[in-house]
Write a protein that binds this ligand. Sequence first.
Ligand code: A3P
Ligand code: MG
Ligand code: MG
Ligand code: MG
Length: 341
Amino acid sequence: MAPMGIRLSPLGVAVFCLLGVGVIYHLYAGVISSRISSFRQRRTVSLRDVLALSIEAAVKGGREVKRIREENHLEEKSKGETKEGASEKLTLGDLSSHRRMFFLIKNTYPFLQVNSEEHDDAEGDPGVWSHDIPNEVKQKIPEDREVAADRITVWIDPLDATQEYTENLRKYVTTMVCVAVDGEPVIGVIHKPFTGYTAWALVGSGSNVMPRAEYSTNPPKVIVSRSHAGKVKDFIEEAFGNNTVIIPAGGAGYKVLALLDPPDEEYEEADIYVHVTFIKKWDICAGNAILKASGGHMTTLKGQEIDYSGHEKNEGGLLASVKVDHKALVDRLPKRDLDKH
Ligand SMILES: Nc1ncnc2c1ncn2[C@@H]1O[C@H](COP(=O)(O)O)[C@@H](OP(=O)(O)O)[C@H]1O
Ligand SMILES: [Mg+2]
Ligand SMILES: [Mg+2]
Ligand SMILES: [Mg+2]
């Protein structure tokens, strides 16, 4: 017999304990959840560390891209079709690079939101960041900034210009990482796996790639997509005249580099970059950050800034420029509904 004449069976004890936990949870739920959320908010990352990690991710992903192309073992598939009916290709290069890049970032900072173009939850990768900060980054970014982790969205394109990769047009291929803070592009990395060149920028702090000395807008030389062009030629001729030089090229990363002055072997020189079909944020965020760091702009065709948080779609087209009057360019573009392209 228990004291005071109460006898509790094991089941009774369990029910009693559960009730007790329930009462305590009810009383303290608000306190517990606010403690958890304030703990999350207090978690910060150094932007210089995230830049170095992004460079390492782009380079390591790029090694996979190069290896698989050189072994000529692409395992090419189609993920479906774009709205315009072009095949959206996927190769082993995209997937292996995704695994390297995505898990390098996730294993280092598991709490960061990372959005990759590709998905492969089945196979992880044990890689973690080396914590090496390249000398060039140390020199150009002497002062660091800490940012709350919940303000950050990372965008990864493990292989940009997959179409051209399958055609063995190597110069167009890049790997890209972008870090947005509150939806604004802040860190951009564009790496070229076949030459080893890497362009990077931390907006407001420094960059290793500069604009050229001169740009023309009367008319501009316009770089455009070669495999997702839509009716871009008509659009450009209506804006800038029938004699405008149009340069078709693969890759959104490549086309941004063509607006700048990268010390890389093979690239074309353009004054502006125009895209009129649908495009996704992992394709454009890194280039947007790099242009912004040089005082340039990447906007929709109506001149709106692109928000790099939330969903991945950009449906308003693209106009990118540097060292010219971007607003004046927007004003010269035809005011058309993009669905008609
Ligand atoms: N209409 C569209 N729909 C979906 N993705 C598009 C697109 N136009 C361009 N892209 C993507 O944007 C990148 C650059 O395209 P382009 O070379 O035609 O300028 C490519 O990225 P990926 O190769 O990473 O898929 C391509 O798939
Ligand atoms: Mg793709
Ligand atoms: Mg891409
Ligand atoms: Mg891609």
